[in-house]
Design a protein around this ligand. Structure first.
Ligand SMILES: Nc1nc2c(ncn2[C@@H]2O[C@H](COP(=O)(O)OP(=O)(O)O)[C@@H](O)[C@H]2O)c(=O)[nH]1
Ligand SMILES: [Mg+2]
Length: 371
């Protein structure tokens, strides 16, 4: 998981460590002339002396100001720097260098362009003019800020699926959750995983075979249904999926079932057909949640599809599958920023239990863990 991105970030960090002082401008100040103190009392004395120096300097400077001799005004700040600034400033030139390297790494790791720009501008704001204490590593500062910024981006759109289900079921039953997205990304498998998860929490579930377009899609859902012991509502291939889902809702109503999970087609004769079909499903069946499913290994393609589905059909959140097979991680970093909608779950394998509720910390730990 995320091997490519991890290796790149690791190399980037090492490179930063290597030329750490390069381009980092030292504050115009020399070490304060305080002899190393042998005892606490001596140290206190030494500090007192410097404090007196500051007081004196302040006096001189105040006087200078009165006497309109502005030249001396800088004295106070200079002496103050002697004490507090055993630090160096990270200047703009250095930050630009860092960002250039980092932007390439992020782009190569499938982070969407606009997200790279956002990360880069935030990082610049936080690094330029920042004081680095002696002994503090520039690479640690940069990596820590990067982590924080990515976490902020991920946490900008939060959603707790379990809480939603629990709360919403107090208002109505059944809940209707539809899954949209292109073929082959793991939509049907994810529906089965969510069904298993809901049942593990004690909810009852029915599946709606709303992908009536692709040959074999209905059977595939039925197979999952059989394995999980869940009823599947289906019509004939080519039937109107809105009618299938509507029937599943009616079935759930009559049996007191909590949640309808509806599969939908990922492809039609044209993109417009698909969007029209999904829009009709939404109009007729009024889903409580429309979840976009895509595979994280698809990178920018997945992000662009998410944008398209969000704009044309409307989604409430995304599930990214195949995280286990994704060396890059950029899709997960980008998708919620680009759609403005949360990630709900991550698919981490082919088994029913390979589903992780989205948690930014979990993701950050997987990406930055041993860097
Ligand atoms: N490694 C991995 N494979 C997955 C994951 N989710 C789904 N798959 C596999 O992806 C393939 C396509 O899944 P399917 O559910 O049929 O996709 P759909 O066409 O979007 O409905 C299947 O072989 C699944 O086992 C995941 O999280 N990790
Ligand atoms: Mg499918």
């Amino acid at each position: 998981m995320f091997k490519f991105l991890k290796e790149k970030l690791s190399a980037f960090k090492k490179k930063l460590d290597k030329k750490v002082e390069e381009g980092v401008k030292h504050v115009e100040a020399k070490e304060p002339k305080i002899e190393p103190a042998k005892t606490v009392v001596e140290e206190a004395k030494a500090i007192e002396t410097v404090k007196t120096d500051i007081a004196k300097a302040e006096e001189v400077s105040a006087k200078a100001e009165k006497e309109e001799k502005p030249k001396k005004i800088g004295l106070v700040s200079k002496i103050k720097t002697l004490i507090v600034d055993r630090e160096v400033l990270i200047d703009e030139k250095k930050v630009e260098e860092i960002l250039e390297d980092l932007e390439i790494i992020l782009l190569e790791s499938d982070v969407a362009f606009e997200v790279v720009e956002e990360i880069s501008s935030k990082l610049k704001d936080r690094l330029v003019g920042r004081r680095k204490k002696i002994g503090e590593k520039l690479s640690d500062i940069v990596i820590n800020e990067l982590k924080l910024i990515i976490q902020e981006i991920l946490d900008a759109n939060r959603f707790d699926f379990d809480e939603f289900v629990q709360t919403k079921l107090k208002e109505k039953r059944p809940l209707n959750i539809i899954f949209v997205g292109v073929n082959g990304t793991g939509k049907t498998t994810t529906i089965a995983k969510i069904a298993k998860r809901l049942m593990d929490f004690g909810y009852s579930v029915v599946l709606a075979a709303g992908d009536t377009f692709r040959a074999g899609a209905i059977e595939q859902l039925e197979e999952h249904g059989q394995r999980l012991g869940v009823k599947v509502i289906k019509h004939k291939p080519g039937a109107d999926p809105a009618a299938v889902i509507y029937d599943a809702i009616k079935h759930a109503e009559s049996k007191g079932i909590d949640v309808v999970l509806a599969d939908t087609a990922g492809r039609m004769h044209t993109k417009k057909n698909l969007i029209d079909q999904l829009s009709k499903i939404k109009r007729v069946t009024k889903p409580d949640l429309t979840i976009f499913v895509d595979e994280s290994i698809a990178g920018n393609d997945a992000v662009e599809r998410a944008r398209m589905f969000n704009e044309s059909v409307g989604i409430d959140g995304s599930i990214l599958t195949k995280i286990d097979a994704d060396p890059k991680g950029g899709t997960a970093i980008s998708i919620s920023y680009v759609t403005g909608k949360p990630i709900l779950f991550l698919g981490t394998g082919q088994d029913y239990d390979d589903l992780v509720k989205f948690d930014s910390k979990w993701l950050i730990e997987r990406i930055f863990g041993d860097i």
